[in-house]
Design a protein. Structure first.
Lengths: 889, 114
């Protein structure tokens, strides 16, 4: 045959696919004839086009085959029969079906929730239009082998970067340090008298507003912050302070400072939940200086800096350029000017390898757990952990399905045999069991979706998220449907191959031994289920241990019964008389006016210190520099190791300083009586306090220095009271006398302390819920499996009982097999759990020990739960009268 | 009244099959119509019409030879059935009657207007 031109294959196949078989040959012949004729006349490419046109025009009713005629053998009825049989089986074996479907649905619900959680976690900051070009600047130094990453930079750096590097199109900053009045404040509209407490204040550059393209409800995005003392508020806060109006041009008063009102330059939409920035009040930086020449000062780092780079700029190349250009040209001269020694500078760059890194905007949320930035973050490890747990729970549920299907195979064997005898192919039977498993999986998915939507609110509370089921998204239903198909096929594939392998002759002869003995695979799967559950149990135990360790640890100060009255800065000078009046109350033991408290969220001020006269020689000891009063130590129960406390009556104590043991050690020891210096002057060390944990237990205790001062936006009151509510009422009365326009706001120190570890508590809760879930699902499987086993061996047991076996021995016979599996699971799980939790504890500088008792407790718990699960069935078997089972034959 | 219904295109196809007599299959019918009526006929339209006419019983078909340029596919020849013939005749008579019923004046409007 002569080699002929071929028309476009896809269209030919398409035509063959849709055309009625009866018409196919003659029409295809016509098409080919026309095609070849056209090739001669108008060339191949045009002929191809005409061919395509013909095929498309043939795609019409009358030519397209009807749906029924698609399947010459009626597969539709076949499927109907499959599903009918599946449904009957499902209804017949109610308990097994319940366990299969219930377990599956639970697994699906867990997976669904976690998938939504992960989806939200990885979609952070993608809403900013230009996010792929925006980076956060990170400063990295290596200290004692640890990477130390920070985001605070000097005020002039952003502008300098933009000026010096053409790759950088824009650079903007914000400052969210409590030290400068960011964070929380007392606030009111200028037209109001009553203060309200509000959070989420930040100093924010106009340029950063532009870079992030924040969405404005009112006001002009371009110059909302370009006037001095301008402020942008979010929609939520606009509704709170200026309901039903456009507040642009109105004024806000912060902390009663009427001499310095802030004019609203714009209202932006609330920051999306998936933004790493969550602020409510953006105070403009135009004309703002916290001290003279602050904006030109390279010696003080307080600004988080973001840059927009030009298209096609390689961030890694830019990183090294920035490290060289910024650190060498600006930081080093500033440090020299500030009196740092050459040794100090060398140490910073050579030994500590100080350099700049750029972090893409959308990585900030998940990849910042090692970065100190005073923002709330997710953690990529949590994403992995959650994802892993979800998959394992689904696996456990799928294993129930596989185990029960293969175990119950004996009951289906006759059906399979008969089907084969009357002509079923193996593939037909595989299809049958696959469709059965798809039915189960689809029912489970529907149920799982229902469960997920019911427990979503609780999940949100535990995970601290605001996730909702995306019903309105087009992909939800198809995605769920596809997943249910996939999971159905995966879970059904082994059982269906196993069941379809039965030989009809053996089965029909009555050799129904299959599935009765526990197959090695089934045992392995049970071991896997329990190993997973035990690992989760160990995780739960260790997390709770660590939590208790943190809460009970002697942290060096007394956090019990300390009430913090906040917002006292609005009282101005009156705070002293307010404090004195409080002192006279019967339940008040002591009080201190200090902003610098040993819990997160209070003021911090990092400084460099030197021994007197050594600032050009020694490296600085970087330390906290706090202003406290003479009752600080006694109120918080902090112990002096050496020297004495401050004394207001000694005029010379205005130059006195108290340091902690850590600082004393770093400065060379034996410090009492010596003089030390920092930017603010020369200080005489009068006392050394014992180390106390003023930061999270994740970190070591760092150097700390305290001087006398009056920083009073918080009053810490040590109480001695049985009746706390009465005490608070009397405190409130006093407060209302001094500040009638501002409701009293207080918290307890121990609660604030516990809140620092909210994430640990959260992890603990999540682990608890999931390990309970895993155990429940695994036990459901075990329960069903043991029920089945008992059912299968009922005759054997009856015979044993008749021949004189004791209930005890029958019980042992039935349970030992399963308990053995749980013990093996424990042996596998214990080392894995130990390894995982050791890794988790590495985050903490101060941690509990993973003792042997944890393994003992989890091992015994798991075995007991398993034993309880099995024993119901075993005892039932052992207690039934033998005659009930023997009568049948 | 719907007893013998033929659409316009169907009628054209039937007539063409009549013209081609023993040689009426897909491509030849298509070409004949295109040549005589100078209008484009798509394979799809033609095949749909042929199938419909066959389903109505106006046409019958038999398979013919397969040639090389048809990639080995047989031709399907069409013939007009007795029923088909009656349908064509019915259509023709109804048309003729309608023609006759038109008053002469209606088709010569110029005479009236002057």
């Amino acid at each position: 045959m002569r080699l002929m031109h071929q028309p476009p294959k896809i269209f030919l196949h398409f035509f063959r696919w849709f055309c009625q078989p009866k018409l196919l040959d003659s029409i295809e012949g016509d098409l080919m004839e026309l095609y070849h004729e056209r090739i001669e006349k108008i060339g191949k490419s045009k002929a191809d086009l005409r061919f395509i046109a013909d095929v498309i025009q043939l795609f019409r009713p009358g030519i397209i085959k009807s749906v029924e005629s698609q399947h010459p053998i009626n597969i539709y009825d076949m499927l109907k029969s499959y599903f009918k049989i599946s449904w009957r089986n499902l209804v017949k074996e109610k308990m097994y079906s319940f366990i299969k479907i219930g377990g599956f649905a639970t697994g699906v619900a867990a997976c669904l929730l976690i998938a939504l959680f992960i989806k939200e976690e990885i979609s952070y900051d993608l809403q900013y239009p230009n996010h792929e070009h925006i980076y956060r600047v990170i400063g990295v130094i290596t200290e004692n082998g640890d990477l130390n990453k920070g985001v605070a930079f000097p005020a002039p750096m952003a502008a300098t970067m933009k000026e010096d590097f053409p790759e950088i199109l824009a650079a903007g900053r914000f400052n969210n340090s409590e030290l400068f009045g960011a964070g929380s404040n007392e606030v009111r509209s200028a037209e109001e008298e009553n203060n309200a407490y509000d959070e989420g204040f930040v100093y924010f550059d106009q340029e950063l507003v532009n870079m992030l393209q924040l969405q404005f409800v009112y006001g002009n995005p371009v110059n909302a912050l370009s006037q001095p003392n301008a402020i942008i508020i979010t929609q939520r806060k606009a509704d709170k302070y200026f309901p039903h109006e456009d507040p642009v041009g109105k004024q806000l008063i912060l902390n009663n400072k009427t001499d310095r009102p802030y004019t609203i330059g714009g209202v932006i939409e609330d920051f999306k939940p998936t933004s790493h920035l969550q602020f409510n009040f953006l105070i403009g930086t135009t004309g703002l200086e916290f001290w003279p020449d602050e904006q030109k000062n390279w010696g003080s780092s307080n600004y988080a800096t973001y840059i927009t780079v030009a298209d096609g700029v390689d961030p890694h190349a830019l990183e090294s350029k920035l490290t060289k250009g910024i650190l060498e040209n600006y930081f080093i001269p500033a440090m020299k000017e500030g009196g740092r020694s050459q040794a100090d500078i060398d140490k910073l760059f050579k030994e500590k390898k100080a350099h700049i890194e750029l972090q893409p905007l959308n990585e900030i949320h998940l990849f910042s757990s090692d970065i100190k930035d005073n923002l709330v973050h997710g953690d990529i490890r949590m994403v992995w952990l959650f994802g892993g747990i979800a998959i394992f729970i689904l696996l456990i549920a799928a294993i129930n399905f596989i185990n029960l299907s293969t175990a119950k195979s004996a009951n289906r064997a006759k059906e399979v045999g008969l089907r084969k005898v009357v002509g079923s192919l193996r593939s037909n039977i595989i299809n049958q069991f696959l469709s059965e498993s798809i039915l189960f999986s689809t029912v489970s998915f529907i149920l799982g979706l229902a469960i997920a939507s019911v427990i979503l609110p609780y999940f949100n509370v535990i995970s601290g998220k605001s996730i909702s089921l995306p019903w309105s998204e087009w992909w939800l239903i198809p995605a769920l449907f596809l997943s249910s198909l996939l999971v159905g096929v995966l879970a059904g594939i082994y059982p269906s191959f196993y069941l379809s392998s039965f030989k009809p002759i053996e089965v029909l002869k009555g050799n129904l031994t299959r599935g009765v003995k526990s197959s090695p695979l089934r045992s392995a799967l049970v071991v896997f289920q329990f190993a997973t559950s035990i690992i989760l149990l160990i995780g739960t135990m260790v997390i709770y241990r660590q939590m208790n360790f943190i809460l009970d640890k002697n942290i060096g100060f007394d956090k019990e019964q300390v009430l913090l009255i906040q917002g006292t800065n609005t009282l101005g000078k009156q705070v002293v008389s307010f404090a004195n009046e409080l002192r006279d109350l019967p339940h008040v033991v002591e009080l201190t006016t200090g902003d610098y408290l040993p819990v997160r969220g209070s003021k911090r001020n990092g400084n460099g210190f030197w021994n007197e006269g050594k600032q050009r020689i020694d490296p600085a000891v970087s330390s906290q520099f706090w202003q406290v009063d003479e009752t600080y130590l006694s109120t918080l129960g902090i112990k002096l190791a050496e020297g004495r406390n401050f004394d207001r009556n000694l005029a010379s104590d205005s130059g006195a300083i108290i340091i902690n043991q850590k600082m004393a050690k770093e400065l060379g020891g034996n410090m009492v009586g010596k003089w030390i210096t920092n930017y603010a002057g020369l200080w005489n060390v009068i006392g050394v306090v014992e180390n106390f944990h003023y930061e999270s237990l994740r970190e070591d205790i760092r150097p700390l220095a305290m001087v006398l001062g009056l920083e009073a936006s918080t009053l810490a009151v040590k109480l001695k009271s049985e009746d706390m509510s009465e005490t608070i009422i009397s405190l409130t009365k006093k407060w209302n006398k001094f500040a009638p326009h501002q409701p009293i706001r207080y918290s307890f120190l121990d609660e604030r302390y516990a809140a620092m570890y909210a994430d640990v508590q959260r992890t603990g809760k999540i682990f608890t819920s999931f390990s309970i879930l895993a155990i429940v699902v695994a036990c459901l499987g075990l329960f069903a499996l043991s029920a089945f086993m008992v059912e299968q061996r009922s005759k054997e047991i009856s015979v044993r009982l008749v021949l004189g076996a004791s209930i005890n021995s029958v019980f042992q016979l039935l349970t030992w097999n399963f308990v053995k599996l749980v013990l093996i699971a424990f042996l596998i799980a214990a080392p894995m759990g130990w390894y995982m939790m050791t890794r988790w504890l590495e985050d903490y500088a101060y941690k509990t020990e993973i003792g042997l008792d944890i393994f003992l407790i989890t091992g015994i718990t798991a075995s007991l739960i398993a034993l309880l699960t099995i024993s119901y069935q075993s005892l039932r078997a052992a207690w039934t009268k033998p005659i009930t089972h023997l009568r049948a034959d | 009244m719907k007893k013998y219904h033929l659409g316009e295109f169907e009628e054209v196809v039937m007539l063409t099959i009549g013209i081609l007599y023993k040689d009426a299959y897909g491509v030849s019918i298509k070409k004949e119509i295109e040549a005589r009526l100078t209008r484009n006929v798509s394979v799809g339209a033609l095949q749909t019409a042929l199938k419909r006419l066959e389903d109505k019983g106006y046409l019958q078909s038999n398979e013919g030879e397969a040639t090389e340029e048809r990639a080995g596919r047989p031709k399907k020849y069409f013939q007009i059935t007795a029923l088909g013939k009656r349908a064509m005749e019915y259509t023709k008579t109804t048309r003729d009657e309608l023609w006759k019923a038109i008053p002469k004046v209606a088709l010569n409007p110029i005479i009236i207007s002057s």
